[in-house]
Design a protein around this ligand. Sequence first.
Ligand code: BEZ
Length: 251
Amino acid sequence: MAVQRWDPVRYARNARFVAELGMPVVELLHPQPGERILDLGCGDGALTEKLAAYGCHVVGVDNSPEQVDAARARGLEAYVMDGQQLTFTNEFDAVFSNAVLHWMKRADDVIAGVWRALKPGGRFVAECGGAGNIRTIQTALYTVLGRRGIDAAAVNPWYYPTPEEYHQRLTAGGFRVTYIALIPRPTLLPGDIADWLDTFAESFLSVVPAAERAAVIEEIRALLRPDLCDAHGQWIADYVRLRFAAVKPAA
Ligand code: BEZ
């Protein structure tokens, strides 16, 4: 059974860059003091804290109890909740989300929940992986698992929409889209690609027999090195962001 766990210590070590690179989305949100904002997929609260620093009242939700505990340890209000089943009604000025929506395949349920959570005139501002995101890494995962007779597509937890597709979904969900773009963002990783795989690709690695996992990671590294590792041994992942802003029309 494919699993992806979020260990706050591992996440802080290997994924701090996710929040650090999220500031352009915060700027697109343009938070105003006093606004009530939902951080959808708040993780350990690193960006939620930044929103709170604008003087906003921020509520974080995440489906990982460990990450919610880490967010609460920062003094933030945070709850365990599936982003595909949001339970809020008409109470937020904005819903913000960074690097999370691509983990939720039921995009229409996410959009419907966000729409319900917003007040009329409220904004939905987010960034996630978009079409072509980490294509090189995903291809290597498929290839190496395929060599062992494992169907990687069956355990792939990611959804990378095009701007056209997500625009259509937002519009069908009642939003007016004010901005949407696909932004290639090659991303310098803080360490080895093996750490990235350990942190983010658990759904794939967990279906490999434990005794073969180290060899699988080594094979993936070997496939990726020519494309993603530079002359100084630094790994650069082929991230592509889908960034958008949309408004729930006022009545
Ligand atoms: C992303 O932020 O695009 C991403 C992160 C981890 C795994 C897959 C995608």
